[in-house]
Design a protein around this ligand. Sequence first.
Ligand code: AMP
Ligand code: MG
Length: 319
Amino acid sequence: MSGKNATAVLLADAQGIARAAAILERGGLVAVPTETVYGLAARADSPEAVAKIYAAKGRPDFNPLIVHVRDAEQALRYAELSGAAQALASNEWPGPLTLVLPRKPDAALAPAVTAGLPTVALRAPAHPVMRTLLQAVDFPLAAPSANRSGFISPTTAPHVLQSLDGRVDLVLDGGPCKSGLESTILAVRHDGTWEELRPGPLDLGALHQQYSADTGLRLLASGSSAIEAPGQLESHYAPGKPLRLNATLAGDDEFVIGFGEVGGDCTLSASGDLNDAATRLYDCLHQAAASDRPRIAVAPVPEEGIGRAINDRLRRAAA
Ligand code: AMP
Ligand code: MG
């Protein structure tokens, strides 16, 4: 479906999830809450269904999609998991960790999902709605963030409707997303190296400490290998107006997003809590985009823990 009909919104209860499963079964698009952001889901084994994701989002076709699975066992149908990848998948899933792994040659996935790459990005999400949905269907779900390509990611059902109303069949409303930032993406290679392709809710330093001794994994500095994450474009999450970072004083024409001691029209966290800030980031950006002020200023956010991922998104929103 594209453009003609209004999008249905249903509570993400048993009935809503059953309806979503039926729509996905016949190749439709459903926006689903996850613990990170709302995802725009389609069956990953159908070229027609996957093509609808790219069309609804206006997403460039070189930008591959994350495939959502129930668990490590289902992941094995689509990718080769080294010992280290197995350890990460069985300990960290379900959760906000995406693993980029060698794709199995016979994986039943639409080619567009991986944009022609020899690798596939897999994640088992923790949100109960997405988990129930993945149990209800017998295919994995390709699901990028449920927004028009390049714009602010959605952490509520109304955010999804702002950019995709009429372009998707159904939105399952499961309330606001807890973690609020897209998953950490980690490439795990058979040569024993791993590399962070996108910072996210999971702290990589802690993961490395936990796994390196047992698995022999070596952490490469982000961006140090030749393999890049296609689609990690410089400009992303764009609110549609100029955005200034590390602001402590505001101009009259600026909508201010505060943090800690720097107050604002909206605050990421008055108490300076970085996890709360991650949860609130996209909602504040949506408010700033909707405000009648022509510019946005954002208070400094410390570059530590999940602050790294927050600053990554803010830099791209400002680019
Ligand atoms: P999104 O679905 O918008 O959260 O974006 C998913 C991101 O995952 C893409 O933009 C890529 O950067 C990354 N990704 C997905 N598949 C691969 C892959 N096979 N290799 C490297 N990066 C990937
Ligand atoms: Mg996205």
